[in-house]
Design a protein around this ligand. Structure first.
Ligand SMILES: NC(=O)c1ccc[n+]([C@@H]2O[C@H](COP(=O)([O-])OP(=O)(O)OC[C@H]3O[C@@H](n4cnc5c(N)ncnc54)[C@H](OP(=O)(O)O)[C@@H]3O)[C@@H](O)[C@H]2O)c1
Length: 351
């Protein structure tokens, strides 16, 4: 008799299903669920657009009510509160599911272990932590934004091999090639908002929209924000021109459901975010081009660490090549530590 897939394999399947809703589900987390009935039928579900079914319900619905005694694998703790849809934990209990395998607990203060507690109180066996390392990595913008109570900030910059983000005349088009720029479109599609400084708008007049073929189907262009004045005719319009501080801006965006804010420069804005400790993820694109002098714009403009032991520690978690360009993805040390805390098996996040 063929051996049944193990918990890790079922959770990997749930994660693949979740990925299909990554750009649809926000501001909700993109979650995947798999249900297997005692007689071996399997149904999958992913979280739909806001107001539509969450992953667990989508999977249960496919079984048409015949889910008593089944096992569910779900990438994130089922919710326990009424939002636009009823609590998933309640529906799972009513459906007679006997075991729920959860990859990672949900740090959203409205959930924060209560979904797991509700299931256990109703006699459902719950196992937490299966595949948590990979799931926490995939869900890191969501998990960290909920745990920090502000949007997850991804800083993306492109530089020449000798460390310049713009030449002495201010030009930065184009440092990287087509493939890397298409990759940036993907990062934009995964973000809820994009931010640049007024200096970048004046120098480059960027549109900051989604224009790679196919991406428009999956995500609306993220909202655009400029720190400082926006010239009336700028291509970035319509955009929010923000003249206040960065922390109040993040508070406002968090309240509006922004999970991931992508900061695309320039050097003054990058320095402001970094010096406030507000860069969670740093994606650096390096192109094989050399300006070869000392004039030009650096990655960060402002006062930085004065000695190597004061340097900010980043953790590289991904490197990729895009034709001749290289992308390095790093997590800040505080983000890395918090993510580790959130994924420690069975542990529930901080209150
Ligand atoms: N290679 C890359 O990845 C990349 C990416 C982006 C830009 N660039 C290049 O970088 C250059 C622009 O960079 P930049 O450093 O001159 O300008 P910037 O960082 O884009 O914008 C700085 C301006 O933003 C406004 N601002 C408002 N609040 C701010 C805050 N809290 N912190 C910092 N700025 C704030 C100020 O404008 P006001 O004084 O008008 O309010 C400030 O002068 C251009 O040459 C562009 O081509 C390169």
């Amino acid at each position: 008799m063929a051996r049944l897939p193990n918990d890790e394999q079922m959770m990997d399947l749930a994660a693949r299903v979740a990925e299909s809703s990554r750009r649809l589900a926000r501001p909700n987390p993109w979650v995947g669920a798999v249900v297997r009935t005692p007689d071996g039928r399997v149904a999958t579900g992913a979280t739909g657009r806001p107001g539509h079914d969450h992953a667990e319900i989508a999977a249960l619905n496919k079984l048409g009510g015949a889910s008593a005694g089944s096992t569910m694998w779900v990438t994130l703790e089922p919710c326990s509160h009424w939002g636009k849809t009823p609590p998933c934990a309640k529906r799972i209990i009513e459906a007679g599911v006997s075991k729920v395998v959860v990859s990672i607990a949900d740090p959203d203060p409205r959930v924060n272990g209560t979904g797991i507690a509700m299931l256990r109180q109703a006699g459902v066996e719950v196992q937490v932590g299966v595949g948590a390392k990979r799931r926490s990595q995939e869900l890191r913008p969501y998990l960290l934004s909920r745990a920090m109570g502000r949007p997850y900030v991804l800083l993306k910059l492109a530089m020449t091999a000798d460390g310049f983000t713009a030449a002495a005349d201010g030009s930065s088009k184009w440092i990287t090639g087509d493939a890397a720029r298409r990759r940036v479109q993907e990062l934009r599609a995964d973000s809820d908002a994009i931010l640049v400084g007024a200096g970048t708008v004046r120098a480059d007049d960027p549109r900051l929209d989604l224009r790679s073929e196919g991406l428009e189907r999956w995500a609306d262009s993220p909202r655009r924000i400029v720190l400082g004045e926006i010239p009336e005719q700028a291509k970035v319009q319509p955009a929010l021109s923000w003249r206040g501080g960065i922390v109040p801006l993040l508070d406002k965006l968090g309240d509006e459901g922004v999970i991931q804010l992508m900061v695309e420069g320039g050097a003054a804005v990058a320095h402001s975010f970094l010096s406030l400790g507000l860069v969670d993820e740093f994606r650096l694109f390096i192109a094989p081009k050399v300006l070869g002098g000392s004039a030009g714009r650096r990655l960060f403009e402002g006062v930085g660490a004065q000695s190597m032991h004061e340097a900010l520690r980043m953790r590289t978690f991904e490197t990729m090549s895009w034709d001749e360009d290289v992308e390095i993805a790093m997590l800040s040390e505080p983000a890395h530590v918090l993510l580790q805390e959130l994924r420690s098996q069975g542990a529930l996040p901080r209150a």
